[in-house]
Design a protein. Structure first.
Length: 125
């Protein structure tokens, strides 16, 4: 399992892309997708919603359980991935590509995010 080096990670297993024009893309890691099992439903935050770093902003339901989705940063949702709503299995098959969850316009600086190597060490322990 490899974690893309250019992303940053949370201890709740979300990833965050580099910020471009104040906007970052958010998804869950391959580690989380594997732990969840087959994702069958995704409730994502809506465009215009405000999310707060570390707080629940949606949920993913799998054949095993329901898991909260946490915002890695504070900001306003500018896009939700309709493809994941229509086909939640994208979270399992392409967590770092087509299975991204939402895009957020940051209102503050990201804090307490892990590098790929730090996240790998965190999930190994």
């Amino acid at each position: 399992m490899s974690n893309p080096q250019q992303l940053r990670y949370t201890k709740e297993h979300e990833w965050l892309s580099a910020v471009e024009d104040g906007v970052a893309t958010v998804g869950i890691t391959e580690f989380a997708a594997n732990a969840l099992g087959d994702v069958v439903y995704a409730q994502l935050p809506a465009v215009g919603d405000t999310v707060t770093a570390g707080e629940s902003c949606g949920e993913l339901e799998s054949t095993k359980s329901v898991s909260d989705l946490y915002a890695p940063v504070t900001g306003e949702i500018v896009e939700a991935n309709q493809d994941v709503v229509d086909d939640p299995s994208l979270v399992n098959t392409a967590p770092f590509e087509g299975g991204w969850l939402f895009k957020v316009k940051l209102t503050g600086e990201p804090e307490d995010l892990l590098t790929a190597d730090e996240y790998a060490a965190f999930t190994a322990g």
